[in-house]
Design a protein around this ligand. Sequence first.
Ligand code: 13P
Length: 252
Amino acid sequence: MRRKLAAGNWKMNGTRASLAEVQAIAKAHPAAQSDLLLCLPATLLSLAADQLSGTSVILGAQDCHSEPSGAHTGDLSAAMLVEAGARAVIVGHSERRENHEESSELVRAKARAANEAGLMSVICLGESLAQREAANTLDIIAGQLSASVPDTATGENTVIAYEPIWAIGTGMTATTAQIGEVHDFIRARLERRFGAGVGLSTRILYGGSVKPANAAEIFAVSNVDGALVGGASLTQADFTPIVTALDAAPEN
Ligand code: 13P
């Protein structure tokens, strides 16, 4: 019922020279069963849009402003990203929540702005190590989920990404039991708030040190509809086995 989604987040990596990897990823998956999304630095969007037209790879950005225009030096509106060729945008990544002090209320406004401009928003949630060790994980996720997801969310315009902060870029992956507990919880909360239609059609991705070696076991976990991949999305050699594992994963 939910199409699986393999998403790459290039973060602040990639220059014009890296477009060869974008091309290689598109070529390696001419007809993947899963949806493929590459969230590139904004500077590469219009170049990559040309490259990716006619391929199965969806182009995404990594952040947008909550306003459509105005005096916001350095920021980009959702409509600007659409014009550059993006069809999706990540909002509320923990690196933005931490480095730019973004609140869940701001993330919700960004997600709404993205949706109004026609972008699918990938809304990120995740607990810190201290919060997990204090047994607060589900409370943190519940709070972030209810405050960050706009009332207008649908299964088409919204994707949730669970990314435990302590697993990002550390090589530490959450256990399958930890992932399953949080994904089942997010699913239940979405169903409770939005009803079964939106609740069951919204995709929930796991992110945090997803690699070729651990992808298959993560994709077998209940309510894991794919991954948001950082470091291992930067090269076709690493991303392809993750996509292949997702294509082969059971319905869950
Ligand atoms: P890594 O896969 O590099 O741990 O990054 C995960 C992430 O933050 C994706 O948004």
